[in-house]
Design a binder for this molecule. Structure first.
Ligand SMILES: [Zn+2]
Length: 291
């Protein structure tokens, strides 16, 4: 079954809408990823995970968003960043278009950490603006988040070794596009552990400071790509996709749905059915068809 909207005819997309298939919007970025990896790393990864997830649960995938919030690395060649308001407006309009076409379940699947908080805000705004006219759900998550504990358990680098162009992303690329990874260019590159980590448990606060530049001998890396390997990448990917499938098949909305006089109905909210091969998440018009 085709999952990429980009490769479907409009009639096939209409059928996907009628079948209540979830639509996934991969949110990538175009930015420097160290001296060893391509600038489309985040877009490729968000799209790769979205495709695998869509195949597993019977969803469809919208074309990936290749430009996003990349201000951190805008002093490095190859980085093309939108401002945060422009990015949010872009994702908002993509989401609104899909909802107005009739999709009732939308997943914003993020592949670039700074997009994450923006995507949360966009999800809220879609509901705030459209919930009186359309009955839909919107979910925002960064693809590494559901499987973070399992990824953390597989890692070789210390805490602070998985951020950007790091052990995690380099392993992902080695497992999926090894021809585009130039590990020899990491020779002698200083890549210390940093003060945050994609997957390790840690403090929830985010503290920002002056951004890196090539002038300060920074390699546009946060973390330790020297510890990366294709085998680790395969393990990270398996953990990532399994966790996302599990998340999407047991999804709960943020609060229960109430209708009419305000009395909560029996089992209000989203419940996963226990069918062997097919599941429906949600009730009424937002019930989602899953494989
Ligand atoms: Zn990245």
């Amino acid at each position: 079954m085709e999952v990429a909207i980009a490769h479907m005819t409009f009639e096939e997309v209409a059928q996907a809408i009628a079948a209540k298939r979830l639509v996934i919007v991969p949110c990538g970025a175009t930015e420097a990823h160290g001296p060893h990896m391509p600038c489309d790393t985040d877009t490729h990864q968000a799209e790769y995970v979205a495709l695998k997830l869509a195949e597993r649960i019977g969803a469809v995938m919208a074309p990936a968003i290749p430009y996003a919030v990349s201000k951190t690395f805008e002093h490095f060649a190859g980085t093309i960043s939108l401002s945060i308001p422009t990015y949010q407006q872009l994702v908002y309009e993509v989401g609104a278009a899909l909802i107005k076409q009739g999709f009732v379940n939308l997943l914003l699947l993020n592949g670039n950490r700074p997009n994450g908080t923006s995507n949360d805000a966009v999800a809220r705004r879609l509901i705030d603006d459209l919930d009186q006219d359309f009955d839909f759900t919107v979910t925002a998550v960064s693809y590494w988040e559901p499987g973070a504990a399992a990824i953390h358990a597989h890692r070789r680098s210390g805490v602070g070794g998985m951020g950007h162009g790091c052990e995690f992303e380099t392993s992902f690329q080695l497992a999926t596009r090894p021809a585009l990874v130039k590990m020899e260019r990491l020779k002698g590159v200083y890549a210390p552990l940093v003060g945050w980590d994609l997957v390790a448990p840690g403090e929830p606060a985010r503290t920002y400071r002056r951004r890196p530049t090539p002038r300060t001998n920074h390699a546009s890396i946060f973390g330790d790509p020297h510890k990366a390997s294709a085998a680790s990448g395969a393990a990270f990917l398996e953990a990532t996709i399994d966790a996302l499938v599990k998340m999407m098949t047991s999804l709960q909305p943020s609060y229960e749905e109430r209708r009419g006089n305000g009395a909560a109905r029996n089992g209000g909210g989203v419940r996963a059915a226990t069918g062997k091969t097919r599941k429906r998440i949600g009730r009424g018009t937002t019930a989602m068809h899953l494989k």
